[in-house]
Design a protein around this ligand. Sequence first.
Ligand SMILES: Nc1ncnc2c1ncn2[C@@H]1O[C@H](COP(=O)(O)OP(=O)(O)OP(=O)(O)O)[C@@H](O)[C@H]1O
Ligand SMILES: [Mg+2]
Length: 239
Amino acid sequence: MPDAIQLSHVSKAFGSGDARTLALKDATFSAALGELHLVVGPSGCGKTTLLSVAAGTLAWDEGDVTVLGTRLNDLPQPKVTAFRRRHIGFIFQQFNLIPTLDLVENVSVPLLLNGRPRREAEERSAALLQRLGLGGRERKRPTQLSGGQQQRVAIARALVHEPPLLIADEPTSALDRETGHQIMEILSTAARSPNRCVVIVTHDPRTYAYADRLTEMEDGRIAGVHQGQVLQNFIASHH
Ligand SMILES: Nc1ncnc2c1ncn2[C@@H]1O[C@H](COP(=O)(O)OP(=O)(O)OP(=O)(O)O)[C@@H](O)[C@H]1O
Ligand SMILES: [Mg+2]
């Protein structure tokens, strides 16, 4: 299957002098269309940094980054932003919903940014909210919802423009067990769409069973990539 993300020998440092931290050290990572790919590892090992580079929201120091066949090294920043808006959905750990907008307005944002008319944007957003079990709540504000409901709104916002690449940073960490499973079911259904790749950073071993492939990180490096029987053994040893 074609690659959705290909990072090749990517390094990234934050700060300088004594405060310098190497967040990515010669990291080579790939994720394919059609798969749900988990990225795991201890706090501070570089997971968010890796995803931010892949999403085009963070500049890196060395290496090559190709997303959906487009080499980001070659693109000026405004083009990277336009590319991201069109092709990537991002789900943030803390949802990042806009408190002054209702649910339909929140979910409509990516469509409006891509130049769709408001009426069409709101119709598509309402239909997706309905599919994710939030029908009847379209005109509520995010603060009137539970954590799991807010996370579903954040997923709707990331999916509404049907991006081929969906990236989620710890989407279940704030949720109870049952809600976490519901969210993973929605994300794994999204990944089954043949031309979509879903990449999820997680600390949560309960999500491992949903992975087609799993990349382990450690101290800014890629420590292992598991799939098939090796992945099953990894999951068994982490329960
Ligand atoms: N903006 C920043 N400025 C300085 N250092 C940073 C910045 N962002 C990340 N770092 C450092 O880079 C390293 C990797 O951070 P990153 O956020 O990618 O880790 P993570 O694996 O996502 O951790 P967590 O599981 O806690 O979210 C850490 O040492 C962190 O302190
Ligand atoms: Mg992180």
